[in-house]
Design a protein around this ligand. Structure first.
Ligand code: ZN
Length: 269
C-alpha cells in the first residue's frame, strides 16, 4: 500500500490524500487506467453521476479495488482517519453536529470500484446520513457533493416557520430563495432525500425550548441570537443547525414575540 500524492485543493482549503494499493500485481497492471479514472472524476465534479462506468477496462481488478476499503492494514486505517477529520465538526451533507463521522462512498463502490479508496469519493458523514445513503435504492441519485457544491462555503439552507393559529407552528428547511432555479431544485432534492427538514425540526423544537429562558434573561434576544449564529458559523460552517436556527429566530418577529410571551408565562404561571 502506498500513498501516491497529497493534493492541495485550494478552493476549500483542504489537503486531499489519494491512496491506493500497489501491493498486488493485477492492480499494478491497471495503475494507469485507475489514474485516468481519477482525472476523469475531478474533471466531472458537478456531474459525477454521469461518469461513464465503461472507462478503459480494468481487467478484473474491480473486486480487489472494492475490497481495499475493508483492509485493516495500518496505512488504510490512517488514511481513513485523515478523511474522517478533514471537515472539522459537523456533517458536510446535513450540517448536524457530528464528532465521530462514518465515511460514505459518494459513488457506491459496488458500481465504481476504482474509487473505493479514492479520497475525492470518500466523504465523512454522520451516521444518519450514511444510513440513509446506504439503505437508499436511489444511492445513485444526485446528492450535493461536499467537495464541489456550495454547501460548505455558503448558506444554501433556509428555515421556514409557519404559524397554524396562535400557538402552533411548523418548521421546515428549504433551499434558499436567492439561489438559481437549478441549484435550488438540487438542494431541495438533497433535503428531501436526507429527510433533512424533519430531522432539523426535531432538533429545533428541543433547542427552542431552551431559548425561552434566554428570552427573559437576555435584555436583547435578537442581538444574542445574532452573536450565537455568527459563532456557530465560524466553528461549524454556514449550514450548521445551530447557526441556521439562531439566524432564523433572530430575523422572525413573530417567533421572537412568541419566545418572549412563553418565557413570561413560565415566569408568572
Ligand atoms: Zn449528516
Amino acid at each position: 500500500m502506498r500513498y501516491l500524492q497529497l493534493v492541495n485543493h485550494d478552493d476549500a482549503k483542504m489537503y486531499r490524500h489519494v491512496a491506493f494499493a500497489t501491493a498486488f500485481t493485477s492492480y499494478r497492471k491497471n495503475e494507469a487506467a485507475v489514474i485516468a479514472r481519477f482525472a476523469e472524476f475531478q474533471a466531472r465534479i458537478g456531474m459525477l453521476h454521469s461518469l461513464a462506468k465503461a472507462g478503459p477496462p480494468l481487467n478484473k481488478v474491480q473486486d480487489k479495488l472494492r475490497n481495499l476499503y475493508d483492509c485493516s492494514i495500518r496505512e488504510v486505517l490512517e488514511f481513513k482517519n485523515a478523511i474522517r477529520h478533514q471537515f472539522g465538526p459537523g456533517c458536510p451533507y446535513c450540517g448536524e453536529n457530528c464528532t465521530t463521522p462514518d465515511i460514505d462512498h459518494y459513488l457506491p463502490r459496488i458500481s465504481y470500484a476504482e474509487y473505493s479508496l479514492y479520497s475525492w469519493n470518500l466523504v465523512p458523514s454522520c451516521t444518519q446520513c450514511n444510513r440513509i445513503f446506504s439503505s437508499s435504492v436511489a444511492k445513485g441519485a444526485d446528492f450535493l457533493y461536499p467537495f464541489g457544491d456550495k454547501f460548505l462555503k455558503q448558506r444554501v439552507l433556509a428555515v421556514q416557520f409557519q404559524w397554524i393559529g396562535q400557538a402552533e407552528f411548523t418548521i421546515n428547511l428549504k433551499g434558499r430563495s436567492n439561489l438559481g432555479p437549478a441549484e435550488r431544485t438540487r438542494i431541495d432534492h438533497h433535503i428531501s432525500m436526507l429527510r433533512l427538514s424533519e430531522r432539523f425540526a426535531n432538533y429545533a423544537i428541543s433547542e427552542i425550548l431552551s431559548f425561552r429562558r434566554l428570552a427573559l434573561k437576555s435584555g436583547d434576544l435578537v442581538n444574542y441570537l445574532g452573536l450565537e449564529a455568527a459563532r456557530h458559523i465560524s466553528v461549524r460552517g454556514p449550514n450548521s443547525w445551530p447557526s441556521l436556527l439562531c439566524d432564523a429566530l433572530a430575523s422572525n418577529q413573530a417567533m421572537i414575540a412568541w419566545l418572549t410571551r412563553q418565557a413570561e408565562a413560565s415566569e408568572n404561571p
